[in-house]
Design a protein around this ligand. Sequence first.
Ligand code: NAP
Length: 243
Amino acid sequence: MSTRTAVITGASAGIGAATARALANAGFHVVLGARRLEKLQPLAEELSGTAYQLDVTDADSVASFVDRIPECHVLVNNAGGARGLDRVEHADEERWRWMWETNVLGTLRITKALLPKLLASGDGHVITVTSIAGHEVYDGGAGYTSAKHAQSALHRTLRSEHLGDPLRLTEIIPGMVETEFSINRFDGDTERAAKVYEGVTPLTAEDVAEVIAFAATRPPHVNLDQIVLKPRAQYSGSRVHRE
Ligand code: NAP
């Protein structure tokens, strides 16, 4: 069988970088996209993959990224994140816009642009990293939970719209994963970010990547629709057992 190509968005850090590694180990040619090309390039070199700059919030950037990719079998919609933890009464529109642009419209743009190539591959697979925040709400989280709910709705709609087409769709629904996520959420405040994981053993980016690689390596007739994975000590977005 010829080498299959997997495109990973947000591959410069965290879950995306670990996923690039896991899919390269599973035999895929990996194409890495993110804004920080300086982080992507050494990883692409190490994995004998390809790195192109990508800003999922910018339509021109998405178009030129997709133009450079001749074929695509797997797309991992991973680029995203949260900004702030503000109650609705203190909502900051700029932060909301960032979360919606990146998680929701970013996923829409890149998926729409790559769909023809995914379908032409004869066995396409869209894997979207949403979150438990896409399936529940918590105080202070409305900007992020609403974006993740919308991203999940977009992804699940595709599952129905493409029934009968050679396209699989898997939603990955992680709980707490220790990455740069909380540092970015709290504008670089590492102390506040560390508190999120205090007294808990969170998932690692590798834990999530392993599950993504498992989903991507099932035979073509097997569609893993939704996979929820959480640390043992986490029940929900707002309920965590801390030692
Ligand atoms: P992370 O370490 O902050 O990584 C986020 C990645 O997204 C980076 O590679 C970043 O790259 C990329 N990105 C951000 N904006 C982008 C843009 N406009 N265009 C292209 N790439 C962009 O966080 P992570 O935990 O790995 O998050 C990955 C995904 O998992 C996100 O969708 C997040 O919502 C989801 N998730 C995370 C957790 C968690 O607890 N960590 C739990 C559930 C779901 P550049 O900055 O280089 O562009």
